[in-house]
Design a protein. Structure first.
Length: 76
């Protein structure tokens, strides 16, 4: 989420509303993880991938079809 916040600033590196919201979400996730230092199981792990523009559509279709719980997509 922190990386997504930085990317959301764009070329100007000015933090807009979206970038700030991602930064807040990142901080909240970090704080929550600190409270729950020990994960119950490996199924509690989160996977984040940054993909290139040529792969956007393929990944979106794949995660749409294979998601077991929920997904969050951040894109320009």
């Amino acid at each position: 989420m922190r990386v997504a916040s930085i990317l959301a600033k764009g070329k100007s590196f000015i933090a807009g509303d979206f970038s700030q919201e991602l930064a807040r979400l990142s901080n909240n996730l970090k704080a929550e993880n600190s409270l729950n230092k020990k994960l119950e199981s490996t199924s509690d792990l989160l996977t984040i991938r940054i993909i290139g523009s040529n792969d956007h559509e393929n990944y979106l279709l794949k995660v749409r079809d294979e998601a077991k719980k929920r997904i969050f997509v951040c894109s320009h």
